[in-house]
Design a protein around this ligand. Sequence first.
Ligand SMILES: Nc1ncnc2c1ncn2[C@@H]1O[C@H](COP(=O)(O)OP(=O)(O)OP(=O)(O)O)[C@@H](O)[C@H]1O
Length: 343
Amino acid sequence: MEQINFDEFIRVIIRKKPLTQGKDFNDFKVYINQEDNCIMIKQSQDQQEKIYKYNFDTVFDETSTQQQIYKNAVSPLIQSLFQGISATLWVYGQQGSGKTYTLLGSDDKDENLGLIQLSIFELFGKIKSINCIQQTNHEEFIVYISIYTLSNEVINDMLSNDNISLKVKQQNQDDYFYIENITKLKISNEQEFLDALQKGITKKIQNKKFLNQYFFVDIYLQSYDKNQILLKSSFLRFIDFIGCQRQRKNIPSDYQREIIQASISLCAFNRVISQIQNFNAHIPYRDSQLTKLMKSSLGGNCRALMICNLNIQQDIDEIHGLLRCARCAQEVKNFVQSKFFVV
Ligand SMILES: Nc1ncnc2c1ncn2[C@@H]1O[C@H](COP(=O)(O)OP(=O)(O)OP(=O)(O)O)[C@@H](O)[C@H]1O
């Protein structure tokens, strides 16, 4: 089987959230230029008007639809899966900026389906069309999924009825990390996937112990020849990040601890990115469970896509912080390879 190799930077997409009623800051304006993939911020500072410009791979304004984002961002990753190339997509942004909406959509209309559901429809559609045209070289596809959360450095399996925290392991020092004993559920069609996803979301919501949880959905695609020999193996991992947030006074100490822990994993994530950018020999993937699980997409051999959800009704310093982080991420290069994966 032909091996595919190429270098590719993390692709960063900015998605602006539609305005809602509420807090408005009037001392700055944010302009989204989709043609030039640029964001311009005009801001009064020290009685002067200052202009900041940020360029990204792709920029979507508030009129963008789930389908547009899907076609631009995720569909190419589904094509890669069939070549044995894995990918990770994560949504990043402030609390309430639209991360979960982007990944999981909303129940009101079909056109608001999330990127995860749209992916599974395309994946099974493609499997069906390959099965239709295959005659002699029969290739059988098998799809598995895992759904889990990460909070306070604890990993919980959303497809298991137990509430045992799972361990992140590594076989050899330079290998990628995997989760020991995670449920990998075999899925035969779109409806089985949607049922499993609903089970995972319900268990996450019922877990009142943690308010802030990273939510992971891993889709594995394996293909076998007619003698049941494994031909290709790849995965597509979606991560709904915890919203970046500031510490506030007068909130319960447990919650305060959780916010600190969440910012520790976000700091570890940003530290890994900056060490890769600085070509450091040691990259501190081991500093958090999040960075262990993201090793293959931060300087590893996966394709990687970060969707940064932007709510311009936030504080201007938070907006600049977010855009600076997103700009750093797009300087990280991965060495993408098609291969047999064990994750
Ligand atoms: N592009 C959009 N179009 C319409 N509604 C949106 C859009 N983005 C977000 N919303 C709405 O804004 C609200 C907050 O969005 P969402 O829960 O996805 O934010 P979040 O970033 O996941 O928040 P948190 O960090 O708290 O998990 C929801 O009611 C969601 O439906």
